[in-house]
Design a protein around this ligand. Structure first.
Ligand SMILES: C[S@@+](CC[C@H](N)C(=O)[O-])C[C@H]1O[C@@H](n2cnc3c(N)ncnc32)[C@H](O)[C@@H]1O
Length: 367
């Protein structure tokens, strides 16, 4: 096994050098996840949790950075892999931070403890750990959740999505937004089961993974608004109309006469809190982060997106359907705004846009 040293933020880490990242690597460290670790540090600087736990900690990179760069006093790192635990210890010592290290199964580890912040960062789906993570929350707490099984959530493997997330997915032109919303819906369903309401602070889709940071509050008054945001989505492949619907309002046919497909349950609310995004952008801007530029621009686009909750449209897919050449994005943006509709960019897709104008208004601008 070869080892190297990397610097993330202001933390120096010993990490394994591998040809290919797989769950079978002796210790798991993924350099492509540095952006999410930068964001985790910034999130913890804002939330200031008294205790933070990375229940699937790998090399310990995330938790050691949270201890050192966000100043969280009580940091707990757990991993089933003994070699990972030895590496965490080395990394914590070389950075002069004090962390508590455990070598247990994640669900067993979380079963008799409470943490203000629990991070679930698995290789694949987070599904089997979420119940334990919610049960480890005090009355108010925070969850960080990653999912790397994007093809399951985005509709490539619908049977696996039914099995893992108890949700119907669909391969549409906005498949990645469906994936993120199914994940958020699953997190919310896991939380309301234990009488917690969720407030999504920040979430995004980046390359091969989804990431979410949510606040959980226990109590009936928090649960009802979360339940109201867990709905279904209906999609028409003929005219590309899409809309959120409650279970009792599902329809068979679209207004264009075609069959409507059902997706969900999924989260229909904001997938980031605008005020939290403002704080996050400013903490990232002011700090020492290697992925600062990418992270700040992501947060700014995600914040803008919350003005329109309806899933984004892919302009090229719409033009393909209408058999028309694609107009420039700027002409479509100004056309929508002249017609009195909102139009915002989306971090999911460079050729995507969100609008409250609906498919008929948008279609009118591409013919
Ligand atoms: C994606 S890595 C974690 C990366 C780390 N959080 C970071 O930010 O760099 C997932 C880790 O989960 C560990 N793991 C897998 N199944 C586990 C289980 N049931 N309980 C505890 N750890 C587990 C693996 O050994 C691996 O180190």
């Amino acid at each position: 096994m070869d080892w190297g040293v990397v610097v993330e933020g202001s933390t120096q880490l010993k990490v394994p050098i591998v040809d290919k990242l797989t769950a079978r690597n002796p210790v798991f460290y993924n350099p492509a996840m540095e952006l999410t670790r930068d964001v985790s540090v910034a999130v913890c600087r804002i939330l200031k949790p008294a205790s933070y736990c990375d229940a699937l900690a790998g090399s310990g990179a995330r938790g050691i950075r949270v201890a050192k760069e966000a100043g969280v006093k009580e940091v707990f790192l757990n991993d089933l892999n003994q070699q990972a635990c030895s590496l965490m210890k080395e990394n914590a010592d070389s950075n002069s931070v004090s962390v508590s290290i455990s070598n247990e199964n994640c669900n067993f580890f979380l079963s008799d403890k409470k943490f203000d912040f629990v991070d679930i960062d698995p290789f694949g789906p987070p599904v089997r750990y979420l119940d334990s993570a919610v049960r480890a929350m005090p009355k108010k707490g925070f969850l960080g959740v990653a999912a790397t099984d994007t093809s399951v959530l985005c509709g490539t493997y619908p049977t696996a999505c039914r099995r893992k997330y108890d949700a119907v997915s669909l391969r549409t032109d906005y498949y990645d937004e469906i994936g993120l919303r199914i994940l958020l819906g699953f997190i919310a369903r896991s939380a309301v089961r234990y009488d917690y309401g969720v407030r999504v602070l920040f979430s995004h889709s980046t390359r091969h993974y989804f990431r979410a940071f949510v606040e959980l509050n226990r109590g009936r008054k928090f649960v009802k608004p979360s339940q109201d945001n867990i709905v279904f989505l209906q999609h028409c492949f003929k005219c590309l109309e899409r809309s959120y619907v409650k279970l009792g309002d599902l329809r068979e046919k679209c207004s264009c006469g075609s069959k409507l497909n059902v997706v969900g349950p999924l989260w229909s609310g904001v997938f980031a809190d605008k005020d939290f995004c403002n704080q996050l952008a400013s903490v990232l801007e002011d700090g020492v982060f290697n992925k600062k530029r990418e992270a700040v621009s992501l947060v700014n686009v995600v914040r803008e997106e919350q003005n329109v909750l309806k899933p984004y449209f892919n302009l090229h897919k719409l033009c393909e359907l209408k058999n028309r050449p694609a107009p420039t994005m700027s002409s479509v943006f100004s056309g929508l705004s002249r017609a009195g509709f909102q139009a915002v960019r989306t971090h999911f897709e460079p050729l995507g846009l969100r609008t409250d104008g609906g498919v008929s208004v948008l279609s009118g601008l591409v013919v």
